[in-house]
Write a protein that binds this ligand. Sequence first.
Ligand code: DAT
Ligand code: MG
Length: 150
Amino acid sequence: MMERTFVMIKPDAVQRGLVGEVIRRIEMKGFKIVAMKMTTISEERAKEHYAEHEGKKFFRDLVDFIISGPSVQIVVEGRDVIAAMRKMNGATNPAEAVPGTIRGDMGIETGRNVVHGSDSSASAEREIAIHFIESELQDYRRIDEAWLYE
Ligand code: DAT
Ligand code: MG
């Protein structure tokens, strides 16, 4: 199924100069970037984004980290992209993420795990709406689509 997911390149990855490497992997896979911007997320937006974790002991640190500097917000489109992007990201804890995944290749600790990806279609829809307005989403075709999809 053609889907859209929300991906965020977190502040650690921006500071470490890993933005290009994450985007490279998304493009190389064949997925289409339909929206992208760099912002420093507001505390209000961060709390909304991570609402499911409110009340957990790491919530405050998580919000503080995610608003600590610029991050890159991306909407990615492709067939079954929600699950595929989660696989590309790897396990939440980079120590458990297998090599070849973004977190497995680029991170060490859970609280500095480089990237976010929506975990379901409901989350994707919710998260895209938090970070983007409809007119920010681009509608275009990649020239290689005929060679990516049978
Ligand atoms: P994911 O980002 O893989 O969807 P999640 O939704 O369970 O993972 O958690 C959101 C983020 O919160 C995660 O990327 C890093 C942080 N986090 C999760 N569990 C944590 C923990 N036990 N201690 C510290 N930070 C944690
Ligand atoms: Mg999550």
